[in-house]
Design a protein around this ligand. Structure first.
Ligand SMILES: Nc1cnc(-c2cc(N)nc3[nH]ccc23)cn1
Length: 287
């Protein structure tokens, strides 16, 4: 269910960061296309050697992404197993993770943010139609393939990364650390993941996109994060009421009350046309 890649075809370059039980590197993949040798930039996702017991889940994520293809989902070339290394080979997305991009203080417009949100919602509709739970929707897993800019006016383009090690395999501590991205019901029963868990995370990701890459609940320890859910708290509301309402609807503690993906897209389209966009745009050009 996925391509096996020989390690001779791969070259590992600098480290780019880490995920849950994985590290990511920039790499090169050699290949042949109609007799022509060529080299592609790739992202190498390496499973930590002390989490080898997760290799099935690691490759399950690779297999999942290999079997579905959508313009807003990351392309997985395949996997490479060599000596003690389990490596997932993914397309390299030029501008990297959205959370870091926003943290770096790129000033992006409201319509830029809404476009990114809409593209993520499209990816979720696609997964929902295939009854696939992603389980790890967050700004860190949104990769920016095209910056889009104010001058040429072309819009940004994002790709949703693979879910990584399944929530089921992660310890309770890792799950708690993923508050407020992980849906509350997952902490009760990580075995039964429903599509609704992705809607909750969509709400958190929407909050990230409109909060300039701020980390929600930063500085809270695991106990305090758990209390946040126990007390049914919500994230600080953005000052745009319609947006805040959409985030709260997605982050409904009752999974069945969260909006369908289609409703989410409709509400996002409503936000795009709402007068706030004009007012806010005026605001940004004034300050
Ligand atoms: N599938 C992926 C995933 N991450 C990247 C990436 C690109 C970049 N310029 N800086 C980075 N820093 C960390 C990750 C990353 C690329 N492709």
């Amino acid at each position: 269910q996925f391509q096996m890649i020989r390690h001779e075809e791969l070259e590992c370059l600098e480290s780019l960061g880490q995920g849950s039980f994985t590290r990511v590197f920039l790499g090169r993949k050699k290949g042949l296309r109609d007799g022509e040798g060529y080299v592609t930039n790739v992202l190498l996702k390496v499973l930590d050697s002390n989490h080898k017991n997760c290799w099935e889940s690691f490759f399950e994520a690779a297999s999942l992404m290999s079997q579905i293809s959508h313009k807003h989902l990351i392309h997985v070339y395949g996997i490479s197993v060599h000596q003690s290394n389990n490596i997932m080979v993914q397309e390299f997305v030029k501008f990297g993770a959205l959370d870091l991009y926003l943290k770096r203080g790129h000033s992006v417009s409201v319509s830029w943010k809404l476009e990114v949100a809409k593209q993520l919602a499209c990816a979720l509709i696609f997964l929902e139609e295939k009854n696939i739970v992603h389980g790890n929707i967050c700004a860190k897993n949104l990769l920016l393939a095209r910056e889009g800019d104010q001058t040429s006016g072309n819009s940004p383009f994002i790709k949703l990364s693979d879910p990584g090690i399944s929530l089921v395999m992660l310890g309770q501590d890792v799950l708690m650390d993923r508050i407020p991205w992980v849906a509350p019901e997952v902490l009760e029963d990580p075995e039964h993941l429903e599509l609704d868990v992705d809607k909750w995370s969509f709400g958190t990701t929407l909050w990230e996109i409109f909060s300039g890459g701020k980390v929600p609940l930063q500085g809270l320890d695991l106990h305090q994060k758990l209390q946040f859910y126990k007390k049914g708290h919500w994230l600080p509301r953005p000052d745009w009421t319609e947006l805040a309402d959409l985030i709260c609807q997605c982050m409904n503690y009752q999974p069945e009350l969260r909006p369908s993906c289609r409703t989410i897209i409709r509400q996002l389209n409503g936000l795009i046309t709402s007068d706030y966009e004009i007012l806010h745009a005026a605001g940004t050009s004034l300050n």
